[in-house]
Design a protein around this ligand. Structure first.
Ligand code: WQD
Length: 312
């Protein structure tokens, strides 16, 4: 397995832990895949069978403040990969897409055929990259692409050796709650309890990161289909509110987590509710999420307590 990562929001130690847990050697390149010459050098040096493209900037709020950085990083990295793949005859591509491509879904649960839109530049880059893949697949019949629309990844590897370790203050709810529960953050804010939902807080489809990983393995099956651009929702089909997460995490860490209600996040970045219909992945990939919200919280809590400073 070959990993290329500029380590802008990850750690080399994570790669070592992958080798430890998998028992497999990883060839690691500390490359920024926005550098076309480096990408091409990698494809010249290594025999690549398929590409799984995870690399992207992904903080919704940050994308509103720094749109050019998001468009440049997320789009150019993808174009560089596709260009080298074409040059070196690599024909299989799995793309880490996102439920943010649905914007504020008007119908729930969300199905893959629903209209795409975006609420922020981050979501816009995911829609644009799916379009790039669609057009590239249309022009290159032997090229096969699969876009996996992640809902809200959460949890950690059960060993406690690999988990979410975002730079700085976490943008996302799960890592923030975990760090708050461990005393690393002094206040847990609920960004708005006045949404049109049962308890007033936003509803999301949180999916265990290990279910997500298994979804990528299952996606390899999609390459056998006659369509050469396939899209699948990867979620659980269940919606959980912010209060549901706080309650479940309180149970996992063994104490009631105090919180404060604050204003909504700016720029209308938060859709009131989003959760997946994953029947297409079940039908075509024989995949469905198996792990519960409690497991997400337990595994996230284990990672947090055993790695209070992440991969440091
Ligand atoms: C969830 C809810 C917040 C923090 C994420 C990723 C994005 C994409 C989709 C993969 C919202 C509320 C949050 C906090 C809070 N993932 N919240 N207090 O916005 O759905 O987006 O999933 O592509 O990359 O960002 O998830 O975890 O940021 O927020 O009340 O301290 O929790 O307002 O309602 P979101 P999130």
């Amino acid at each position: 397995m070959v990993i290329a990562d500029n380590l802008s929001n990850s750690s080399r130690i994570g790669v070592e832990r992958i080798e430890e847990l998998s028992g497999k050697k990883v060839t690691f390149y500390e490359y920024d895949i926005c550098d076309k010459s480096l990408v091409d050098e990698l494809f010249s040096k290594e025999k690549i069978d398929a590409v799984i493209h995870f690399a992207a900037l992904k903080a919704v709020g940050e994308s509103v403040e720094k749109p050019l950085e998001y468009y440049e990083n997320n789009l150019i990295s993808t174009l560089n990969l596709l260009d080298s793949m074409q040059k070196h005859g690599v024909m299989k591509f799995i793309f880490s897409s996102s439920a943010t491509v649905y914007g504020n879904p008007q119908k729930l649960p969300v199905t893959e055929d629903m209209p795409l839109s975006w609420l922020n530049p981050y979501g816009a880059t995911k829609v644009m990259i799916e379009q790039i893949l669609t057009d590239f697949a249309y022009a290159n019949k032997s090229f096969k692409a699969v876009a996996l629309r992640y809902f809200n990844p959460a949890g950690a590897h059960k060993s406690g050796k690999i988990g979410e370790d975002p730079n700085g203050i976490p943008n996302n709810l799960f890592p923030f709650v975990a760090q708050f529960a461990s005393g690393k953050r002094d206040k847990l804010m609920v960004f708005g309890d006045d949404y049109p939902t049962p308890d007033g807080t936003c509803i999301r489809d949180y999916i265990h990161v290990m279910d997500l990983a298994e979804g990528h393995v299952a996606a390899l099956k999609a390459f056998d289909s006659d369509k050469n651009m396939n899209v699948y929702n990867l979620g659980t089909g269940k919606g959980s509110s912010v209060f549901d997460i706080i309650k479940a995490f309180s149970k996992a860490c063994g104490r009631e987590l105090e919180y404060e209600i604050g204003p909504r996040r700016p720029n209308n970045a938060d859709a009131p509710a989003s959760y997946a219909d994953c029947s297409k992945a079940a039908r075509e990939l024989n995949w469905e999420a198996k792990r519960s919200l409690d497991e997400m919280c337990e595994d996230s809590w284990r990672w947090q307590t055993e790695n209070p400073n992440g991969f440091e």
